[in-house]
Design a protein around this ligand. Structure first.
Ligand code: SF4
Ligand code: SF4
Length: 229
């Protein structure tokens, strides 16, 4: 086993011990030309760091009463655990947090966690633009750490949406457009009208109808749905 593989496997085990459900590594050099957020490409974070360690947690793991803040805190603790490990390897990591929104109007952070998760091979980008994993459908949240420690990267997954367009058809705001794309849309705005989307107000329609979602839906999501109704 080479050194990069050994380090990756050690991190995977650590992430598992920290309760993380999905672990992968994205090669930041592959992000050229993708809609990655506000980062300035090679002149920005993707030029300063070589890899992104991506951690995913299924949304029902913290039980019925868990809120969005609880999920963020859980992911943050896991990321700090990984960051401590990297410091022990004399490597500094930068955490890309799910709540980091540097442009609240366009709802953009520096680097898109969805793009990082897709590049790490943890799922494909569905027509809702959510990342859909074979294990949990679109029902998870992400956090990432940027690092220069040499690691083994994942391979992006093929899109498995097939002929499905349920998320687009069921959006109560008509915020999603049915735009054909194999891996990712050229621009997020081609698919999603960000100002029309009510995801921050508890709308879960595009997630709820996805045939890849766990069945039944996690109770925490059912609760959010009834609270919304
Ligand atoms: S969260 Fe709701 S409003 Fe936003 S795209 Fe999904 S279904 Fe549409
Ligand atoms: S609902 Fe259908 S089209 Fe939308 S992400 Fe899920 S599988 Fe893809």
């Amino acid at each position: 086993m080479n050194e990069a593989k050994r380090e990756t496997e050690a991190l995977r085990e650590l992430a598992k011990d920290l309760g993380i459900d999905l672990f992968g590594v994205a090669d930041l050099r592959r992000l050229q030309g993708m809609p990655t957020g506000l980062d300035g490409g090679p002149a920005g974070l993707t030029g300063m760091f070589r890899f992104a360690i991506v951690l995913g947690a299924q949304l029902h793991k913290l039980g019925k009463k868990a809120t969005g803040d609880d999920h963020c805190l859980f992911l943050e603790r896991a990321a700090l655990g990984i960051s401590g490990y990297l410091e022990g390897r004399k490597d500094r990591a930068l955490i890309v947090h799910p709540e980091d929104e540097f442009d609240p109007v366009r709802r953009l952070g520096l680097l898109s966690l969805k793009v990082l998760a897709k590049e790490a091979g943890l799922g494909w980008q569905g027509r809702s633009l959510l990342i859909v994993s074979p294990e949990f459908g679109p029902v998870h949240r992400w956090i990432a750490l940027l690092t220069n420690l040499e690691l083994e990267t994942g391979a992006p997954m093929e899109n498995r949406c097939g002929d499905c367009s349920r998320c687009v058809d069921s959006c109560p705001q008509q915020a999603l457009k049915l735009v054909p794309f194999a891996d990712h849309p050229e621009r997020r705005e081609d698919v999603l009208n960000v100002s029309a989307c009510r995801g921050d107000d508890g709308c879960l329609a595009c997630l709820e109808v996805c045939p890849w979602r766990p069945d039944p839906l996690p109770e925490s999501i059912e609760q959010a749905r009834s609270a919304e109704l």
